[in-house]
Write a protein that binds this ligand. Structure first.
Ligand SMILES: CCCCCCCC/C=C\CCCCCCCC(=O)SCCNC(=O)CCNC(=O)[C@H](O)C(C)(C)COP(=O)(O)OP(=O)(O)OC[C@H]1O[C@@H](n2cnc3c(N)ncnc32)[C@H](O)[C@@H]1OP(=O)(O)O
Length: 194
């Protein structure tokens, strides 16, 4: 059983996504967009430490190993953690478009249980763009990159300005981010002025 809401179907006048001329080359690791991000941050001890890699076109791939701390049922991954891994992989597509976008909608199909220690092989791609709306999908396979599908998702990301974060984030983290040259460099990679 699978389904998707109308909100995730691109309108007829949506356009094909365009890989930015300065996007990281295929095969390149994309790095974290924020060191304390739960999904990708290298300074986040409780996080998933997902590392996405640029693919061709507007595609990325990532691997995520389910840890004991990610259980929902005995020996099995929590669905919310798997949705987070999908969300983060989809979010890393931002690097290839060079826009900042946040998740507006994320629909997930949980197709197979995912045991602890499993490597989830994730792939995501942008399928269409309509104004600020970015339509994408992702799949997670187990037992190898060509293995059976365990999870899949469709998503709608919405392009935002850096003010989305500076105006809504807790001031102490925003101040710390603005004082961090690495963070400023990451934001510049999205061609916005922090
Ligand atoms: C120096 C310091 C700076 C630090 C910067 C850090 C670097 C950052 C770099 C990279 C970040 C990447 C982060 C990826 C992380 C992984 C992904 C996540 O988990 S993100 C977190 C979860 N998501 C949210 O928290 C969004 C919360 N929601 C909102 O803020 C708003 O609702 C927002 C921005 C999504 C939309 O609000 P509106 O006021 O801007 O725009 P409206 O007019 O409502 O929507 C625009 C269009 O989108 C549709 N839309 C919006 N939300 C929708 C929805 N949920 N379902 C369907 N359509 C939706 C609307 O119908 C509209 O469509 P029509 O243009 O009329 O055709």
């Amino acid at each position: 059983m699978t389904g998707t809401t109308a909100a995730l179907t691109p309108p007829a006048d949506a356009i094909a996504p365009v890989r930015h001329a300065d996007a990281p080359a295929p095969g390149e690791l994309l790095g974290a967009h924020y060191g304390h991000c739960f999904g990708c941050g290298d300074q986040q001890p409780h996080g998933l430490h997902l590392q996405a890699r640029a693919g061709d076109g507007v595609r990325v791939s990532a691997e995520f190993t389910v840890q004991a701390a990610h259980q929902g049922a005995p020996g099995l991954a929590h669905g919310g953690i798997l949705a987070t891994a999908l969300d983060e992989t989809l979010g890393s597509l931002n690097w290839l478009l060079r826009v900042i976008a946040v998740t507006g909608r994320l629909e997930t199909d949980f197709v197979r249980p995912v045991p602890v220690d499993t490597v989830l092989h994730l792939e995501a791609e942008v399928t269409a763009v309509h104004g600020r709306k970015i339509y994408s999908r992702a799949v997670g396979r187990i037992g190898g990159p060509e293995g059976p599908v365990a999870v899949r998702a469709k998503a709608l990301f919405i392009e935002v300005k850096v003010e989305h974060f500076t105006q809504n984030g807790r001031p102490e983290e925003i101040r710390a981010a603005m004082d961090d040259p690495d963070q400023i460099r990451r934001v510049r990679a999205f061609e916005v002025n922090p």
